[in-house]
Write a protein that binds this ligand. Structure first.
Ligand SMILES: [Zn+2]
Length: 167
């Protein structure tokens, strides 16, 4: 997908290639606007129960509809990173989580909506009742030996490291 604007979102003038940068950027010759392309930040949580099973949700919507992920979502403007993770998890699974720390940070380059950076926390269930909600079709705890098909390369890498005992 070509993510570069053709017209300035501020003044409507046609954009031109800005050539002083190694990264391709579009610039407005009229008002000076430069379109910087950055990955979108997302936050999620790795939750493991007492037996080490991992909490996963099955995606109800595209992209990767029907595949599974650790609960995660895009950070809203003005939201704290950890707040996003807790909110997404509660919306998708009904569980309220206490964050213990950051598990890892990963770049994800196979989301058709654009590149993302995933801040993945880890935490434990504080309260709530496990129930699929919002954009989750199903929720469940899975053994690392028998994971379902996982969406997003960054999520697969994280789980693969858990399987190999690296993290
Ligand atoms: Zn402009």
């Amino acid at each position: 997908m070509n993510r570069l604007f053709r017209y300035c979102p501020h003044c409507g003038a046609e954009l031109e290639q800005a050539d002083e940068s190694r990264t391709p950027r579009m610039r407005c010759g009229t008002c000076g606007f430069v379109q910087y392309l950055n990955p979108a930040p997302a936050a999620g949580i790795l939750v493991r129960d007492d037996e080490g099973l991992v909490l996963l949700v099955r995606r109800k919507f595209e992209p990767f509809r029907g595949l599974w992920t650790m609960p995660a979502g895009f950070i809203e403007y003005g939201e704290e990173v950890a707040e996003t993770a807790v909110r997404e998890l509660e919306e998708e699974t009904g569980l309220v989580i206490e964050i213990a720390g950051i598990h890892t940070v990963e770049s994800c380059r196979d989301d058709p909506r654009g590149n993302t950076v995933l801040v993945l926390f880890e935490g434990h269930v504080k309260s709530g009742k496990l129930e699929a909600g919002d954009d989750a079709e199903e929720v469940g705890f899975f053994s690392l030996d028998s994971l379902p098909e996982i969406a997003f390369s960054c999520q697969r890498r994280v789980l693969q490291r858990l399987i190999s005992g690296v993290s």
